[in-house]
Design a protein around this ligand. Structure first.
Ligand code: C5P
Length: 398
């Protein structure tokens, strides 16, 4: 299953390090070449001799060991790897990674690596839930690092809770999932996201409350499934997805132009909250108020409708075009009508007028409208909505 794959395994200093011996054995059985690296603390928990014997390769641990460096420089170690696995990923290693520190072999390799990284965290429950650790985990997730675990259960320290390292079998499954081609491999996906800003004058603009989080999460979900993702975003606050081609735009007209330039794609997901109108002629100078002067009049004109344009393309139309509908009333009825009016295949409809703030919030409750009807999904995080949607799209494209 993993034949020919090179896995750089960084072993952190935690009691769970003993489980890594079993992981090395499993990966060896799968045909992978494991290149082991141990932190100084890791050597207090398992011996380099056991690790190198099971891996069939010498353990690397010293950044300044001339012999080791002469054999294979540490940068070369990361270049040769298909995947970097950190197990156990201690709070210390993750803090270094989140902040870009490089003061030993393990952290230097992680900073120098341009390969996917899978983390198997292990620590005491209070450490896992500590605010600083939570911040670091959130940063690493945003940076596109993959996680397996931690699990809930009894820990070596005698306490009970989340923080136990995933079992070797679970880490092996996560490694396989990271290395084996995803269902969207070879497919090109276009995603629009965020609000647009429509200038009134050089300092003022018309905008909306979209954060771009749902669009960013959709892009991340497709990257994880192996797709080539073109991500066109307006001025959104959400972090840009790692692994996607990111194109930043400001206005609806910029977005329409960027979509055109992006060329042919297998599927297009229009999650952006595009402004329907713009000021017909934005002023070159800042509009000024003065006593007795009439109020400025904003003459609005319609923006190009990107979703409708792409849905109705005669040549080069994506196989599946998905629009979003943000409604404050008659959600399903309006969304069904919108699907037909725009000519898209699916509509992801969400109620943006309810008590729970969807626009700018972390969670979403959507109804998926397809030609078969309306399918309500429960409340879930925007990340879960994204993963479910990406899977549905990948199933529809085969
Ligand atoms: O027409 P309405 O704004 O309600 O439609 C929402 C859907 O259409 C979203 O998918 C949005 O990204 C897309 N849209 C667009 N171009 C516009 C307006 C909306 O692509 N000018």
């Amino acid at each position: 299953m993993l034949a020919g794959k090179n896995i750089l395994l960084i072993i952190g200093g935690g009691i769970a390090a003993y489980k890594v011996l079993e992981l090395i054995r499993l990966l060896g059985k799968d045909g992978a070449q494991v290149v082991p690296v141990m932190t100084r603390a890791a050597k207090e928990f398992v011996t380099p001799l056991s690790v190198s014997a099971l891996a069939g390769a010498p353990v690397r641990s010293d950044l300044f060991d001339l012999e080791e460096e002469a054999e294979m420089g540490h940068i070369q170690l990361t270049r040769a790897a298909d995947l970097v696995v950190v197990a156990p990923a201690t709070a210390d290693i993750m803090a270094k990674m989140a902040n870009g520190l490089a003061n030993d072999m393990a952290s230097t390799l992680l900073l120098a690596s341009n390969k996917p990284v899978l983390l198997a965290p292990a620590m005491n429950v209070a450490m896992w839930e500590n605010a600083a650790n939570k911040r670091n985990v959130a940063i690493l997730e945003q940076d596109g690092k993959l996680f397996v675990g931690p699990e809930n259960g009894e820990m070596a320290c005698g306490e009970f809770g989340t923080g136990r390292m995933a079992e070797p079998e679970a880490i092996r499954a996560a490694i396989q999932a990271a290395l084996v081609d995803g269902p969207m491999k070879g497919k090109r996906v276009l995603i629009t996201s965020g609000p647009t800003h429509e200038p009134i004058d050089p300092v003022r603009y018309i905008a909306n409350r979209s954060s771009g989080l749902q669009g960013s999460e959709i892009a991340r979900a497709f990257v994880r499934l192996g797709a080539e993702v073109v991500f066109i975003t307006g001025p959104a606050s959400a972090t840009r997805p790692v692994g996607a081609q990111v194109i930043e735009v400001e206005t609806a007209r910029d977005m329409a132009a960027a979509v055109k330039v992006a060329g042919e794609v297998d599927t297009a997901i229009f999650a952006a909250a595009v402004a329907d109108w713009r000021v017909s002629r934005a002023s070159d100078d800042k509009l000024k108020k003065a006593a007795g002067k009439a109020l400025p009049e904003l003459d609005l004109v319609e923006n190009p409708d990107i979703l409708a344009t792409v849905s109705q393309l005669e040549a080069g139309r994506p196989k599946l075009v998905v629009g979003f509908a943000a409604e404050t009333e008659n959600l399903v009825k309006n969304a069904i009508a919108k699907r037909l009016r725009k000519g898209c295949d699916w509509i992801v409809a969400n109620d943006v007028g309810g008590e729970r703030a969807v626009m700018g919030g972390q969670d979403n409750q959507v109804v998926l409208i397809t030609e078969d009807g309306a399918e309500p999904w429960p409340w879930m995080s925007k990340r879960e909505v994204a993963q479910k949607l990406a899977l549905r799209v990948s199933e529809a494209l085969v």
